[in-house]
Ligand binder design. Structure first.
Ligand code: ADP
Ligand code: MG
Length: 684
């Protein structure tokens, strides 16, 4: 496999930047699919422009641009005119335009229309000569997820080169011909080329179908392989329900819901049964999955064994650790709980390893640190992964391998229909917590556009004055040249001037160091921070019952399922909670889609409605599933392809699961590479 450096124009610096995107080899680059496409439309008449969006106009620059400095921004302005009208144009930090762009120049400008006061203005447009723009019209230009320092043009160029050197990188088709025929799948090299630079819309659709199928197919084949490797295991730790667990359950300040009770019985049944437990607990946010995990862990501890709970973030690990410790303390449970995370000091870790190995700890809670080589457990009988879609498939296996024939429990809040769950978690039994605790006050929702912000800020002030706390979610960490969306850094600064008096604002995002994140989250839990401006990192499991407002900026950029997860962060206490979904566009379809959230608090229903409304035809739209992320496939909108892939895998497995037949040689090679290189990078 060739390193990305072998491409012309990719130097040492670019190599590091590509590395940040997980692209190390040319192969990786070819699989770095576009996030979206830019389609250049024909220029529009200036006189007919009304709404805010990206447009192209063709005309004459009316006068030499003028520049002035506002704060630390260089602002260059002029205007452009065609036969139907004229519109002001603004650029930021492009002072050279003052010299290079002359009045009277005929050109095409393409940029975003924004309102400056009441005046529609073209902002930061790209400048094209007429002929250049003509050749771009209706061509789909790939848009990639970027990283600071690596431009969209650099990635397009690198991909273009990789595609050009076809002799070198071309691979032979590895999907068996019969499968390709049956499911009408395009040839591999055609698909790769057309996913990056589609010849036209039809080619894109055909290419995408092949790659989605391939992704699901390889994934399902890989988990089938892993499963074959560790057959059904006998229950090495059969456990009858203990009195102590029963007592703990009865002493809780609340009664289990009927759904929780049913799932708890299913867990007990497994623990007692012939085979080791292998169970998925699915339940909407706030349905109370944690207490089920606690009961299972306690049960195991009461039988002299250890249990481990692995969660995807330090914040969540700490929170679980603290709430379980407090719960045990309050109810006189003497089992010992320990926390193990990556950000602990070497000394702290060493002490933890010792406690675990000598069985001073019964229940171990932590992040990936739990599967480090140095951790040796003693009679580990149960492993639980919370919000497991964030873990690589084999990480779950690694944790299980820390014990022998352990019971496995997987908890997930991703609302996937049962038929899909059976395909994706083929090896697990499924329990559903389909009921919320009764004491909940339903959340009040509103879907608004950005003009509502002043009201929202007043409302936030009022809630903060009552001692409540607020989340504000932005899609991005920092400003970016490729995407127009609110970012956490700038937004927090804006809020600081908007809210002022005595309200503390904190910032949280995924690029911060774990320790930084911990201390911010801790401060928020202690109500030392009233308003937390964050990316979707808070989406996963965080529980701060005092938070009553969730405001989401650029809500149009999120899948409904993900918005629903975010909403699950409030409404966790006794107080009335509110969600404000702010859309940066007034587009009718967008507003209608978002309004589904108004109508229901049921995650399954929302995922279904979202799909119905957008239909599988909406291929260029945002992803639905949010957290259940394949690289290109979407388990909801591509459900039909997922079903096909599952069928193909079953048929193949019946014939030749070891892929030993001559016609499967290429597939066998490819699958091996996939399992080594790519399987664990999925965010499942
Ligand atoms: P999730 O399923 O999203 O992980 P949690 O387990 O965090 O939800 O539970 C959310 C909140 O509901 C917690 O504060 C928990 O103590 C509380 N809770 C759980 N079960 C019940 C119940 N049966 N009655 C009342 N409150 C409950
Ligand atoms: Mg949870």
């Amino acid at each position: 496999m060739s390193l990305i450096r072998s491409l012309k124009g990719v130097g040492e610096k670019a190599e590091v930047l590509f590395g940040k995107l997980g692209v190390k080899t040319v192969e990786d680059l070819l699989h770095y699919y576009p996030r979206n496409y830019d389609i250049y439309e024909a220029p529009e008449a200036i006189g007919s422009l009304v709404t805010t969006r990206v447009v192209a106009v063709e005309g004459v620059i009316e006068r030499a641009p003028t520049a002035k400095k506002i704060k630390n921004l260089q602002v260059v302005t002029t205007s452009i005119r065609d036969a139907t009208g004229s519109i002001p144009v603004t650029w930021y930090n492009m002072i050279f335009l003052q010299k290079s762009l002359r009045g009277g120049t005929r050109c095409v400008l393409r940029g975003r229309l924004v309102y400056k006061g009441k005046q529609l203005t073209l902002e930061q447009p790209q400048i094209f000569m007429l002929a250049d723009y003509d050749s771009l019209i209706h061509v789909m230009q790939p848009v990639y997820t970027l990283t600071k320092g690596l431009s969209i043009h650099a990635i397009r160029k690198a991909v273009g080169q990789a595609l050009e050197k076809t002799e070198e990188y071309q691979r032979r088709e590895y999907l068996p011909a019969k499968i390709r025929e049956k499911y009408e799948l395009a040839e591999y090299n055609f698909a790769i080329r057309n996913i990056h630079f589609p010849k036209d819309m039809d080619s894109y659709v055909i290419a995408r179908k092949r790659l989605v199928f391939e992704e699901f197919f390889l994934f399902l084949l890989a988990i089938r392989r892993l499963k074959e490797a560790n057959d059904i295991t006998k229950n090495a730790y059969p456990m009858e329900g203990s009195k102590e667990t029963e007592q703990f359950l009865n002493s809780l300040p609340f009664q289990l819901t009927r759904a929780q009770e049913r799932v708890w019985r299913e867990i007990q049944h497994d623990l007692r049964g012939e085979k080791a437990m292998n169970r998925l607990i699915q339940g909407d946010v706030g349905s109370g999955k944690t207490i089920l995990a606690v009961l299972a862990l306690l049960e195991v501890a009461n039988h002299g064994c250890q249990g481990a709970l692995m969660v995807p973030t330090e914040v969540l690990a700490k929170q679980h650790y603290e709430s379980i410790t407090a719960l045990f303390l309050a109810h006189g449970v003497e089992k010992r709980v320990i926390l193990l995370t990556g950000s602990m000091t070497a000394k702290e870790k060493r002490l933890a390893y010792e406690d675990i190995a000598t069985h001073k700890s019964d229940i171990i809670i932590g992040t990936h640190a739990l599967i480090q080589e140095k951790v040796v457990y003693d009679r580990l009988a149960l492993v639980i992964t919370d919000e497991q879609h964030r873990f690589g498939v084999s990480q779950r296996e690694l944790l299980a391998d820390k014990g022998e024939a352990v019971h496995i429990l997987v908890m997930s809040a991703t609302p996937i229909p049962r038929t899909l769950a059976i395909i994706l978690y083929g090896d697990l039994d499924i329990s559903v917590v389909d009921e919320l605790p009764a004491n909940r006050v339903p959340i009040k929702n509103c879907v608004v556009n950005t003009s509502y912000r002043p009201q929202a800020y007043r409302f936030i002030k009022k809630e903060a004055a009552c001692g409540h706390q607020i989340y504000v979610i932005c899609p991005m960490v920092e400003e970016s040249e490729s995407m127009e969306a609110e970012n956490v850094e700038d937004y927090a600064n804006k809020l600081r001037t908007e809210l002022r008096d005595g309200i503390t604002i904190g910032v949280l995002h995924g690029k911060m160091r774990p320790q930084q994140k911990n201390s911010i989250m801790e401060a928020f839990e202690k109500n030392e921070i009233q308003v937390l401006v964050s990316t979707t990192v808070v989406e996963v499991g965080v529980n701060v019952p005092n938070a009553t407002v969730m405001m989401v900026e650029n809500a149009e950029r999120f899948g409904l399922a993900q918005l629903h997860q975010l909403r699950g962060r409030v409404g966790r206490g006794k107080e009335q909670s509110y969600c404000i979904f702010v859309s940066a566009t007034d587009k009718k379809e967008t507003m209608e889609r978002l309004k589904i959230l108004n109508g229901s608090n049921d995650g399954f229903y929302i995922a279904k409605e979202d799909l119905r409304l957008r239909g599988p035809g909406d291929l260029l739209g945002i992803r639905q599933s949010g957290s259940m992320e394949f690289q290109i496939g979407d388990i909801f909108s591509d459900a039909a392809i997922l079903t096909d892939a599952a069928e193909a895998v079953s048929q193949l497995a019946a014939k030749d699961i070891c892929l030993e037949m001559e016609e499967h040689a290429e597939l066998s090679r490819y699958l091996k590479e996939y399992m080594e290189e790519r399987l664990d990078r999925l965010n499942l």
